[in-house]
Design a protein around this ligand. Structure first.
Ligand code: V4E
Length: 231
């Protein structure tokens, strides 16, 4: 089951007026504008983020992004214009991942969330999380314009998001969701093709919202992540 979970393959880019023009020229369909607030959580000693695990609450919904197996090769990752993260949104599964990655004892976790039928799994999950004493290390609001783009001769859609974070940073993202390892290469090809159509340079990676946020507001946390080659 785990291998069938979705993997987000994503390429970030600097969003300038020319890109916006190109996006319109290529017939991208605007899916709408949304605003959402994200809160990211970690332990005081950064157990999660130092392992490249990102736990967040977005408008009441929990999500954990974690590295995929291919992530182990740090050298390859550094050259790659795309990032790949497994996205987990089921709270029971998030809990299982947190137990594994934080090395939590089973006795600590035995008395709640036992069944998926539980009436309020979400509330129980939040209660369980409280005991972990995780802290919110980043909170910001994003205004996002989403576009769907079809490459020529391919009816699968690529999504392009243009994000404006409330701390004064804008970034674009081209993303594709895949479910299996062997779709990865084609996902990266589709993203690369879209990047070419939008006239993006492939010289260097563009920083994400979190990168800039930590650099500005959490310099100690930022330094730790740089040292561990997570960012
Ligand atoms: C994976 C990750 C973080 C969590 C936020 O992920 P991201 O996709 O960048 O944010 P967002 O708001 O676009 O989420 P979506 O709406 O797509 O679910 S924060 C840092 N990372 C790691 C990371 C990295 N090392 N390098 C790059 C270029 N991006 C992310």
């Amino acid at each position: 089951l785990r291998e069938e979970m979705s993997v987000e393959v994503e390429r970030k880019f600097v969003c300038d007026p020319q890109v916006l023009e190109k996006l319109k020229d290529t017939g991208a369909v605007c899916l709408g504008q949304y605003e959402f607030k994200d809160q990211y959580f970690d332990s005081a000693d950064f157990t999660l983020t130092l392992k490249d695990f990102w736990l967040r609450k977005r408008e009441g919904s929990w999500e954990l992004k974690r590295p995929t197996a291919s992530h182990l090769n740090a050298e390859k990752r550094a050259q790659d214009m795309c990032t790949k993260y497994r996205e987990i949104t089921e709270v029971l599964q998030i809990r299982a991942e947190l137990i594994a990655v934080m090395g939590i004892y089973a006795e600590h976790t035995s008395n709640s969330l036992q069944t998926e039928q539980s009436k309020d799994v979400h509330a129980e999950f939040e209660k369980w999380l409280q005991d972990l004493k995780l802290e919110c290390f980043a909170a910001f609001t994003t205004v996002r314009c989403s576009y769907a783009l079809e490459n020529e001769g391919d009816d699968r859609k690529v999504r392009v998001d243009l994000d404006q974070a409330d701390f004064g940073y804008c970034v674009g993202e081209i993303e594709v969701l895949v479910s299996e390892g062997d779709e990865m290469t084609s996902a990266m090809q589709r993203i690369e093709k879209t990047a070419q159509i939008l006239g993006l340079s492939s010289e260097k990676k563009t920083q994400g919202k979190m990168h800039v946020y930590l650099q500005r507001f959490r310099p100690d946390h930022y330094a730790e992540l740089l040292k561990a080659h997570v960012l």
